[in-house]
Ligand binder design. Sequence first.
Ligand code: BG6
Ligand code: MG
Length: 221
Amino acid sequence: MSNHKAFIFDLDGVIVDTAKFHFLAWRKLANDLGFDFTEAQNEQLKGVSRIESLKKILKWGEMELSEEDFHRQMALKNENYLSYVDEMDKSEILPGVPKILSYLMEHKIPFALGSASKNARTILKKIDLYDKFDAIVDGTDVTKAKPDPEVFLIAAEKLNTTAQNCVVFEDSVAGVHAANIGKMKSIGIGNEKVLHEADYVFADFTEIEIEFIEKLLRNEK
Ligand code: BG6
Ligand code: MG
């Protein structure tokens, strides 16, 4: 195992704003079932697998579904979600992200994707980033959902480095916990109040200067 720094990016809400599409699709599902949930509740869905998300939502609506209906609703939600994804192209990459990825590529610093989504590869292809990552770990590669660190630990292994050398960018509470539990450095992207357990929080990538990345690389941060 070599001892080099590496970066791991979550996808939804970090590289692209698909978090809003997940919200719209889950909310439609809830509304169709006759109830609603708030944006604050939605924070608890970020980073959480499809199956765990539906379990949480049904609890909020105090509803139970048969196993067959549960799977049907999950499939409907995904179909609805993918109708938004279908419209995506590389213009959806969030501001500030290309600058950081270009820096990492220029300096040959390895980086991976660490996402709970089973649609991650489809989305990366749509936004032309599929070939840029040194490793991709997504919802099809893991057995345990965030906040379990499995997804990031597999990414570290694929990048041939230790957890302690990894820096994780995350927009979700579950993902920040996963990075922390995995003993990685956690950088929250979003609201400081929500992501207060991260080592650092930035509203978005335009706030992250290259100097900050360089300090992380030199272990000064
Ligand atoms: C995470 C999202 O990245 O992926 C969650 O933050 C989502 O909202 C999860 O539920 C699973 O995604 P998918 O695309 O497999 O349904
Ligand atoms: Mg996310």
